[in-house]
Design a protein around this ligand. Structure first.
Ligand code: SAM
Length: 112
């Protein structure tokens, strides 16, 4: 785990940091091990717990927020994310268009 975050570290400025949120203890441990083994533990950290609990406690602003939860959680998290991203910042998300693969699934059906 920590695969996506490690790719983002390639684009970090020297003083940049990445914070990841993970509720699963085993995955959080794995991510920390991977950050350490990649020599990036000084730049990337794991905040352990539920995103809905952790996000309101963060200060921000963040240049980029990448959401990789189950798509059904995205609408719940969106307001918190909007409060944390800087003006002109970037929000990315996976799994927003599950209907592309199965019309019976929810998610967003079209781009505005
Ligand atoms: C698809 S995985 C991707 C992990 C990461 N992007 C990577 O490359 O290793 C999504 C991860 O988010 C965690 N997760 C999903 N919903 C969460 C939530 N609401 N709060 C905290 N962690 C969550 C899951 O436990 C899972 O490990």
């Amino acid at each position: 785990m920590g695969y996506s975050a490690l790719w983002y570290t390639d684009a970090l400025p020297e003083d940049g940091v990445i914070e990841t949120v993970e509720r699963d203890e085993i995955r959080a441990n794995l991510a920390e091990d991977n950050f350490l083994n990649a020599g990036r533990s000084g730049q990337v950290g794991v905040l352990r717990g539920e995103a809905m609990t952790i996000l309101p406690e963060l200060d921000g602003p963040y240049d980029l927020i990448s959401v990789d939860t189950d798509w059904s959680e995205f609408p719940l998290l969106f307001n918190e994310i909007l409060c944390l991203v800087r003006v002109g910042g970037i929000i990315t998300s996976s799994n927003l268009f599950p209907r592309t693969f199965d019309v019976n699934l929810g998610g967003i059906s079209e781009v505005a």
